[in-house]
Write a protein that binds this ligand. Structure first.
Ligand code: ATP
Ligand code: MG
Length: 224
């Protein structure tokens, strides 16, 4: 029997988003000896149990993972580089690129729009995106003036209905762009997901976290 305080540093909370990040993190957890015993796709629960009574998984929106970890509501989590750039990464230690959920951040325009000419001529571009921080930095570095239009989804629609000249979005196969008569005209960066750890938790719970970080590192290296 142990009291709450002596137990506290033994409890681990992991923040994950449903879908590809959850699916791709499961094998990494297995490599660390952790099996999630509930399925977020069929369960309505937001706190999932694992085979280890001291490890629980929070199911949150992908963009909320860094926030839960930053504030210590979760000790660690998995988040895309895209999400981490927009969040800023404050209070987060990012020890491992997990090589999962790989895609790229790109600029796309409506087929027929001459992006290169617009850039050359110094035109002011209207850019619709969920990734305003990344887009702002990208176009500032190129010296292109942009009006950013913040969207929360379905960016592909914006150029089609004249809301914007271009979009900044994640691309993997390009089939969504093609289906909407859009063309990828510039790659901004490669994207993959990172392990993020709360900086205070890393100190207080090092004994529990370090072996998991190492197992994730080994398993993700094996993926390369
Ligand atoms: P939602 O789809 O619920 O609106 P979301 O788009 O933020 O939320 P996911 O689609 O699960 O969440 O994406 C999670 C992460 O996976 C993204 O932050 C990104 O890093 C990566 N990702 C997004 N789209 C792709 C893709 N097509 N292929 C590979 N990885 C992707
Ligand atoms: Mg998505």
């Amino acid at each position: 029997m142990s009291g709450f305080n002596s137990d506290a540093n033994n409890q681990l909370i992991l923040a994950l988003s449903k879908g590809r990040i959850f699916e791709d993190t499961l094998p990494l957890l297995e490599a660390a000896g952790i099996t999630v015993t509930e399925n977020p796709e069929t369960s309505r629960k937001l706190i999932l149990a694992t085979n280890d009574p001291n490890v629980r998984v929070l199911i949150v929106r992908a963009t909320d993972v860094p926030t839960y970890v930053q504030h210590g509501a979760a000790d660690f989590g998995v988040a895309g580089k895209d999400v981490l750039i927009e969040h800023g990464g404050e209070g987060l230690y990012q020890p491992v690129d997990l090589q999962i959920a790989q895609c790229r951040m790109s600029v796309a325009v409506k087929s027929g729009f001459d992006y290169e000419a617009a850039v050359r001529q110094g035109a002011r571009l209207r850019v619709a995106t969920k990734f305003t921080q990344t887009a702002r930095e990208h176009f500032a570095a190129k010296g292109v003036h942009v009006d950013l239009i913040k969207l929360y989804g379905s960016m592909e629609l914006a150029p089609l209905v004249g809301l914007s000249d271009a979009i900044v979005d994640l691309v993997s196969t390009g089939s969504t762009l093609r289906a909407n008569n859009l063309v990828e005209v510039e790659e901004i960066m490669d994207i993959s997901s990172r392990l993020v750890v709360n900086q205070a938790a890393l100190k207080l719970k090092r004994a529990r976290l370090q072996p998991i970080i190492e197992a994730f590192e080994r398993a993700s290296k094996a993926r390369k």
